[in-house]
Design a protein around this ligand. Sequence first.
Ligand SMILES: Cc1ncc(COP(=O)(O)O)c(C=O)c1O
Length: 422
Amino acid sequence: MTFENSLEFARKLDASDSLAPYREQFHFPVMKGKQVIYFTGNSLGLQPKRTAAYVAEIMEDWRQLAVEGHFYADKPWWDYHERLAAPLSKVVGAKASEITVMNTLTVNLHLLMVSFYRPTEKRYKILCEEKAFPSDQYMFQSQIKFHGLDVSDTLVEVRKRDGEHHWRTEDILAKIEEVGDELALVLLGGVNYYNGQVFDMEAITRAGKAAGAIVGWDLAHAAGNVDLALHEWDVDFAAWCSYKYMNSGPGNASGVYIHERYHGRKDIPRFEGWWGTKKETRFLMQPEFDPMENADAWQVSNAPVLALAPYLASLEMFEEVGMPALIAKRDLIVSYLEFILKEIDKEVDSKFEIITPNERGTQLSVFLHGEGRPLFDYLMEHGVITDWREPNVIRLAPAPFYCSFEDMYRFGQILKKGIQET
Ligand SMILES: Cc1ncc(COP(=O)(O)O)c(C=O)c1O
């Protein structure tokens, strides 16, 4: 398609966008009487309008039924989390039995490492990308120390090449081969939070497994954003948060995938709690843990339904729309944003360098050469919600559920003025 940097053209794209009606189903912050242009769905997705009713339902059940809500609410609380498994399994490409929702992301990654990082004298190394999201780095370091190992010897970080902004798959595969039979665990972010790169999860998983390692993924920036086929790729485990592209609210619950080969086994170490025991016998309050036959065996505490309700509301929207439609719009809107950036670049002195490689999802990370923090502040003051990462990068993620092509055009105009005025 030949794009044009004009309001008329952007509106034409909106008119033919089958997801356009969904924009009305989200609450947008308003600044100076105008809806903002929201680029931070990769950080915190907007609130769907239907979410409040899902939360109100729990509040109402609690008011009317109190403890009886656990079993007699329309959506009983004791197995509320099970409602999320089937829709989520479609988002991440898994079987419903391989999905559970619990806790928050870093907590879940820790719990999964308890089960899946079992270092031996020979095989103990962990491979990740350099400068992984800080929480993952702290998790790796603390897990390694917990096992009494030395971080610098155990953690293998794959680096980008000098002068490049992205990782090359061939370098990751070569590193996996090099570490070979010392490799216990491969655990990377499926989509890198800084440059927006989508890793070749299928190839990396295959290589990790061929080396005899366990392979897991932190899908914080991938779930609800990119095509995933966790079961088919034979991924061992994965976890993600729900507050970014999945629009479930600040700090909210995390999804977990555990391959079915690990289900129903008592030989897998796990930090256990009563919500992981079989439902049939749970309330007999027996001392022995009898694991659920699916990923729910990793559940620890009873379901935090006030947190799960917004996630269920959001998943209903994913069910209605489906990942293929979201991905199709994502590709078009991100390409249009890229075009707008290149057009504006021609009209101003500054130089924009898109550091996101072609393997991308919704996010474009842009190095703003010749510009600084004042431009970012200008954008925020003019209703463009984006974020800033050192040294000079803004991340733009036009979530396909609610961003419009007109937003992209308007953003270009504000950006141009901002460069001229700051
Ligand atoms: C890649 C990645 N991993 C982990 C986290 C930490 O998530 P949480 O605070 O929910 O544990 C984030 C948060 O943004 C993230 O982007």
